[in-house]
Ligand binder design. Sequence first.
Ligand SMILES: Nc1ncnc2c1ncn2[C@@H]1O[C@H](COP(=O)(O)OP(=O)(O)OP(=O)(O)O)[C@@H](O)[C@H]1O
Ligand SMILES: [Mg+2]
Length: 340
Amino acid sequence: MRFRELVEAKPRLKYLFTGGKGGVGKTISAAGIAYYYANNGYKTLLASLNPVHSLTSLFKQDLRGGAIKKIEGVDNLYAVEVEIDDVVARYKENISRRIREFMKWADIPIDPKPFIEIATTNPAFQESAMFDKMMDIVIEEGQNFDKIVFDTAAVANAVRLIGLSKIYGLWLQRMIKSREEALSLRVKLSFRKEKVMEEIKKDPLMADLISLNEKFTSVRKVLLNSDETAFFFVTLPLSLPIAVVKRFIKMVTAYDIPVGGVIVNMVLKKSVAEATNNEYIKNQYQQQLHYMEIIQRDLGDQVVSYIPLYDREVVGIDMVGRVASDMLDYVPEFLPELLT
Ligand SMILES: Nc1ncnc2c1ncn2[C@@H]1O[C@H](COP(=O)(O)OP(=O)(O)OP(=O)(O)O)[C@@H](O)[C@H]1O
Ligand SMILES: [Mg+2]
């Protein structure tokens, strides 16, 4: 199915993600998708969860600072570059507060500092913080926008977290249940039941568990719904990026996360290869034909778009618009030959 058919067949698509190996064109594809929707009258948010501020250079507009800004020159298009350091700091503060409150509430007379250190300095912490932020964008901005396109650096991680959220949800439910049991036992054993009941209502751990569980449940429901959500994987006609995309698709499918399709970027045009005397480009073109065959063989029916290799970087609104239109309609001239 081509991108145009896909978006027409799925008018309710709302959360779109791009993933793939480094430098293959995830950001320009996300921008192309966002531009397409904005141009068709949908209020669209392009959200970057990357540590590098790629949208600022792509649109030549200062989008730093973590606030949603209107893209000048395109109606309905908004963008946000999430500031990782701020997100991580806030997340750390939150978790520290929870641990402190809990220890105080549970009357555990231990210095909470080491626990806080352990909880917030492991390598997955930053990714968890970004995932939490992504969930907040889905829940909060989902009400303000018709379409949200995520440019995520760590798709593999996001996918894992979405997958894990099922197990996490089960674990949370268990925690809630055993917390309830522990608390009701405390009520039973107590002589001053009213006072204990009051205390239980204030149990910070319980309140946190319940709200986290609600958040996970609602985001999971959205992200696993193939009418609303689609993950797109970007590749080049080269062996390594193709392998990465294949691995991603396997992983995503295993977690029941809906695959939108594969985008093949930087396709060298036949007309360009034929017009040049440059041996390098001619060789590149031959090599590309080889990998295109492999893409056809292994991913053929999943390819939704081909994006040609342009004679310049993708920078500025005009180029983003060109990407959007090529994503819809461009078919490499050599493709029909390749398919026969
Ligand atoms: N089809 C194309 N033609 C010409 N230049 C391109 C094309 N696609 C991408 N580029 C350029 O290649 C670079 C990488 O593209 P992009 O930033 O979209 O990749 P990415 O996958 O988001 O990279 P990263 O992993 O660093 O986030 C950019 O400078 C972009 O302008
Ligand atoms: Mg990028």
